[in-house]
Design a protein around this ligand. Structure first.
Ligand SMILES: C[S@@+](CC[C@H](N)C(=O)[O-])C[C@H]1O[C@@H](n2cnc3c(N)ncnc32)[C@H](O)[C@@H]1O
Length: 284
C-alpha cells in the first residue's frame, strides 16, 4: 500500500489534509452512550485525528494503531513530544484487534481508512474488542470540489480518474468503495444496532432532509496548499514512482486550473468534500 511505501511523505499528510470539525465530534459524543475508559483509533495514520479525539473526549486511554510502521513512527515522534500520557501508538492491522482485551474498548474509530479494510474481518474484530454499548464509528471524505468554481468539477474529476491521468494509480477496490461513500460496507445487524448513516454530497441538487447533521468538511486554502494536498494522495505518489523523469502531472493540472480561473498560487479557494459517516452500537 502506498501509505506504507518509503517515499510517502507522512509529515506532509498531517498538514495537507483537512481536519474533522468539532461539530462532528459533538455528534459522535451525543451518539455515544458507553464508557470512556478506552478508545481505539484504527488506521490512525500520523495520528492527528487521534490527538483531536483525545482532546475532544475524556477517554482515560487512547490507542492509535496503523498497519504502516512509517505512519506510526511519525505519530510516535509527534506525540512523544506532546507528552500526553494517556495516548499510545502501535503497529497493528485493524482486522486484528486481539491486542485489545475483549470487551474493553468503549469506542473504536476508523477515520478515512475503512475503505482499505477487510470490512467483515474488521467488524468481527471490533465486535469482540468493544465493551457493552461500545460505539463503532467510521467515516470518510472524497472527491474535493472547489465550491466557487463549478466549471472546474469536470477538470478535477478527469485529473483524478481519467485513464491517462491519475485514474490507474488509485488502489482498488478501496477508492471505489470510498467514492461510493462506503455504501458497500454494510454494518452487520447481528452484531450492531442503532445504526446511523449520513452521507453528504456537496453538489447534490436535492439533498435528502435528515434529522442528523452531516459531516461537513470544508477547508479554505491557497492554491499552493491545494498542491500540497494533492501531494498527500496515494495515487499521486504511485504516479510519481511509476513516471520518474516525466514532467509532473500535478504541475500541469495546477497550470490548467490557473489558466481556466485566472487564479494565482497565492489565491485562496474554498474546498469541500463529499462525506459519509456510520455509527453503530455493539448489540447486547
Ligand atoms: C488516509 S489514511 C487516514 C489517516 C487518519 N485516520 C485520518 O483520518 O487522517 C489511511 C490509513 O489507513 C492505514 N491502513 C490501511 N489499511 C489498514 C489496515 N488494514 N489496518 C490498519 N491500518 C490500515 C494506512 O496505513 C493509512 O495510514
Amino acid at each position: 500500500m502506498e501509505f506504507s511505501s518509503k517515499g510517502y511523505n507522512s509529515g506532509n499528510y498531517s498538514s495537507a489534509r483537512p481536519s474533522y470539525p468539532s461539530e462532528f465530534f459533538d455528534t459522535l459524543r451525543k451518539y455515544h452512550v458507553g464508557g470512556e475508559k478506552l478508545l481505539v483509533d484504527v488506521g490512525c495514520g500520523p495520528g492527528n485525528f487521534t490527538l483531536d479525539i483525545a482532546r475532544n473526549f475524556q477517554f482515560e486511554r487512547v490507542e492509535g494503531a496503523d498497519k504502516s510502521p512509517i505512519m506510526i513512527e511519525v505519530a510516535q515522534q509527534k506525540f512523544n513530544a506532546a507528552k500526553m500520557k494517556n495516548l499510545h501508538f502501535s503497529v497493528h492491522a485493524a482486522e486484528d484487534l486481539d491486542w485489545v482485551q475483549a470487551g474493553t474498548a468503549d469506542m473504536i474509530t476508523a477515520a478515512q481508512c475503512s475503505h482499505w479494510l477487510d470490512f467483515k474481518a474488521f467488524q468481527e474484530s471490533a465486535f469482540r474488542a468493544l465493551s457493552e454499548n461500545g460505539t463503532l464509528a467510521i467515516w470518510g471524505y472524497v472527491d474535493p470540489i472547489l465550491t466557487d468554481f463549478p466549471g472546474l468539477d469536470s477538470l478535477l474529476l478527469e485529473f483524478q480518474y481519467d485513464l491517462h491521468q491519475l485514474g490507474p494509480y488509485w488502489e482498488k477496490p478501496g477508492r471505489d468503495i470510498l467514492r461510493d461513500l462506503l455504501q458497500s460496507q454494510i454494518i452487520d445487524d447481528t452484531k450492531f444496532q442503532d445504526v446511523l448513516e449520513v452521507c453528504n454530497r456537496v453538489r447534490d441538487p436535492e439533498p435528502k432532509a435528515s434529522d442528523h447533521k452531516p459531516l461537513i468538511i470544508n477547508r479554505e486554502m491557497s492554491i499552493i496548499e491545494f498542491e500540497q494536498y494533492i501531494e498527500s494522495w496515494s495515487a499521486y505518489n504511485a504516479w510519481k514512482r511509476a513516471n520518474q523523469g516525466k514532467s509532473d502531472i500535478r504541475k500541469s493540472f495546477i497550470h490548467q486550473l490557473k489558466t481556466q480561473t485566472g487564479l494565482s498560487s497565492q489565491s485562496r479557494i474554498n474546498v469541500a468534500w463529499n462525506t459519509v459517516y456510520k455509527f453503530a452500537r455493539k448489540r447486547t
